[in-house]
Every structure is written in structure tokens, then in C-alpha cells.
Write a protein that binds this ligand. Structure first.
Ligand SMILES: *Cc1c(COP(=O)(O)O)cnc(C)c1O
Length: 385
């Protein structure tokens, strides 16, 4: 075996191609490195156009974007926010920052996303019982797969509940059927939130974006991310804001990455198709379902063990790690974390628990070579014998 055959294969690493270097050189040449600088606005404009929203407001992180989205709704400690239990912790932490109450929604087994049936049932139940409604439903599009958002949008519209989309993992994913056919995730709810963390499909080192069609919300989002400072030289501020700005340097990288998104998406989808073909009828592993009504972005490509749950999953992870292949469990359900174990849940969360125990994600960086992917597949095929 040659020494290169154990070269490390990362789960998801950035691909800093295209104009990244020249835009960064422009930042240096013009001395615009802070959050004052032309790339921030250029990135916001181009991002809004890409996603199909009227406005986009750049933030320091995706977590900050979600926090600001909640502040835009003036969430109070009495308010409940419906949010899936199976997601990255950053979907829920901003709810806790505002001392509001998360109400955890279990997953649907097929796509790992939140179960719309239980959201609709609970909202209708509360409506008939005259009970207090959630202040918002936070729909998270996990792993690049759009959540089944239409029934949630419909029930929320009937009862005047805003929908926030946590689209941090799914930039570029679209709906292909139904009322939202042709729409991208993050352009459907009142507010969309994105992350440009290092492992996301589009990275600018660290960053986030809020999208909306509502001009007032967009203005206030900008205001909150810039310390709620009023125009004028005298440092007047009209509410408690944040320093959640994106720097010009980060925006320069982000804009260059955005220009590459069509290529990145094509690459992710090609990697996914290759895994799909290799794992079809695999006796042990089953890819997460790609719904017929969705065109996922495949930020990560995730599979679950059909049998043996966590033991099988951990054995395969160990086999991969042994030859330098980075694969990772998905998240632990949030209702199992100490700070959220007493939070309300719509159901016991057992689907999320079983998905979390048996699932993991395979390498799918946009720069993953066919040879490297074959190495990953070869390890998975060992399970066939
Ligand atoms: C990455 C991520 C975030 C947070 O983004 P950061 O930029 O890391 O703050 C939020 N929600 C989900 C689902 C994520 O995967």
C-alpha cells in the first residue's frame, strides 16, 4: 500500500478558489479591512439576489443572525419558540439568550428534519383550546435538505405566527414541487438565517446573513447588528444592540465564494449521486431520503445504520478513522443536553434520538476527488462481506 493511500480525507473543508485572493488583495490595497468597506454591501446585494429575497443583512456569525431574527420579533421570556430537537445547538441557543422557551419538535425519519405533522397538530390544538400560540416556529433545513415547510407556513399563516428559517446548512437548496417550487430555502419565512462558518458550503471564515422581503425588518436588523447606533457623530443609540457586524475582509471572501456557488452545488450533488449509486441496496447503510419535492444542496451526505444502531455506526466510524477518513455522527438531540433537558417537547423526541444514535455524515467537500471518494466507498463496501 502506498503512503498516499492513507492521506487524510476531511468531512467538509473550504475551497478557496475563484476571486478570493484578488478580492482580499483589494481589501489590503484599499485599507478597508473592518466592517466599513464596499464588499459588505456587495455581498449583501449579491446574496439577496442569489437566495431570492429582497434584502440581506450581513452578520458576524449564523448564530448572531438567528439571535437578531428573534430580537426582530421582540421575543420575551414568556414566549415559546418551536424548534427541532435534532439540530446544531446554535438553532436553540439564541432562544435562551432572550430567556425565551424552546419547545422541541421531533424529527421525521426520512429527511431528519422537523416533523410538520406534530407542529400543525399542536398549533391547531392550541387554537381550539384558546391557548397561547408560539411566538415563532423556527424551521431548520438540516444537512442541505429542505424541511417540509409548506404545511408549517400554512398553519402559521392561519394563526399569525412568524416562521423563521434556519437555513445555515442549506444554502442553495430548493423546492421543486408545491407552492414553493423554484424557491430557495431562506426565502420563504418572514426571516431566513445563514451561516458562513468554515465548514459550510459557502464560507468567509466566519459569518452569517439574515434574509427577508420586509424592508423595515431589514433596516432594523442592520441597526441591531451595528450597536443600534443612530446617524450622527454623537454616539446616540436608541436600544440595546450588538456588535454583530461582518468585516469587509470576510465579505470579500464571501462574495468570491458566492460567485462559485453554482459550481459548488453541482459538485456536492455529483458527490451525493456517486454515494447514492454506491450505497443503493447496501445491507447495512441507508442514505437519508432525498424527498421528491426537494432539490437538496447536500452540504453533508448522511447515512444511517439500518440495524445495530449506535454499535454499527461507531464500528463504521472507527473503520473510516483508521484509514484517515473523517466521518462524523450528526448532532445529539438538544433535549438531551443539561441546559435544555427540562424544556417542553411536543413528543418524546425518540425519532431524533434513534436518528442521532445511528447516523453519520460522510466526506463531501467540494474539492473531494473521485479517487478519494472511491476510498471512502471502499471502506463502506467492506460492510457488505
Ligand atoms: C452552523 C449552524 C448554525 C450557526 O452558525 P455559526 O455561523 O457557526 O454561528 C446555526 N444553525 C445550524 C443548523 C448550523 O448548522
Amino acid at each position: 500500500m502506498s503512503s498516499t493511500s492513507n492521506k487524510r480525507i476531511a468531512l467538509s473543508e473550504p475551497s478557496l478558489v475563484g476571486n478570493v485572493r484578488s478580492y482580499l488583495e483589494e481589501c489590503v490595497a484599499t485599507n478597508f479591512v473592518s466592517s466599513v468597506g464596499p464588499f459588505v454591501e456587495r455581498f449583501e446585494r449579491a446574496f439577496a439576489d442569489f437566495v431570492g429575497s429582497r434584502y440581506a443583512v450581513a452578520c458576524a456569525t449564523g448564530t448572531a443572525a438567528i439571535h437578531v431574527a428573534l430580537r426582530l420579533l421582540d421575543v420575551t421570556p414568556e414566549d415559546e419558540i418551536f424548534v427541532p430537537t435534532l439540530t446544531f445547538i446554535a438553532s436553540a441557543n439564541p432562544i435562551a439568550y432572550e430567556r425565551a422557551q424552546p419547545v422541541f419538535v421531533d424529527s421525521e425519519r426520512q429527511t431528519f428534519n422537523l416533523n410538520p405533522v406534530s407542529v400543525v397538530a399542536e398549533i391547531e390544538r392550541r387554537a381550539s383550546a384558546g391557548e397561547r400560540m408560539p411566538r415563532a416556529v423556527e424551521v431548520v433545513h438540516l444537512l442541505g435538505h429542505p424541511a417540509n415547510i409548506e404545511p408549517i407556513v400554512d398553519v402559521c399563516a392561519r394563526h399569525g405566527i412568524p416562521v423563521i428559517e434556519d437555513a445555515a446548512e442549506a444554502l442553495g437548496a430548493t423546492y421543486t414541487e408545491g407552492r414553493f417550487a423554484g424557491k430557495q430555502v431562506g426565502s420563504i419565512g418572514l426571516l431566513g438565517c445563514f451561516s458562513f462558518n468554515g465548514n459550510k458550503i459557502l464560507t468567509c471564515g466566519g459569518g452569517g446573513m439574515i434574509t427577508t422581503d420586509d424592508e423595515k425588518l431589514a433596516r432594523r436588523a442592520k441597526h441591531l447588528t451595528t450597536q443600534a447606533r443612530l446617524p450622527g457623530a454623537e454616539y446616540r443609540h436608541d436600544e440595546v444592540g450588538y456588535n454583530y457586524r461582518m468585516t469587509n475582509v470576510a465579505a470579500a471572501i464571501g462574495l468570491a465564494q458566492l460567485e462559485c456557488m453554482p459550481d459548488f452545488l453541482a459538485r456536492k450533488r455529483a458527490i451525493a449521486a456517486r454515494y447514492d449509486a454506491a450505497l443503493a441496496n447496501h445491507p447495512v447503510l441507508m442514505p437519508a431520503v432525498h424527498a421528491s419535492w426537494a432539490h437538496p444542496s447536500f452540504w453533508l451526505y448522511s447515512v444511517m445504520a439500518r440495524t445495530g444502531g449506535k454499535a454499527t455506526r461507531d464500528r463504521i466510524l472507527a473503520n473510516l478513522a483508521e484509514v484517515g477518513i473523517e466521518a462524523r455522527p450528526i448532532w445529539s438531540p438538544l433535549h438531551t443536553m443539561p441546559m435544555y433537558e427540562k424544556a417542553a417537547r411536543l413528543s418524546d423526541g425518540s425519532v431524533a434520538e434513534s436518528l442521532a444514535a445511528s447516523s453519520f455524515s460522510l466526506p463531501c467537500s467540494v474539492g473531494l476527488s473521485d479517487e478519494d471518494q472511491e476510498r471512502v466507498i471502499a471502506v463502506l463496501k467492506k460492510e457488505l462481506t
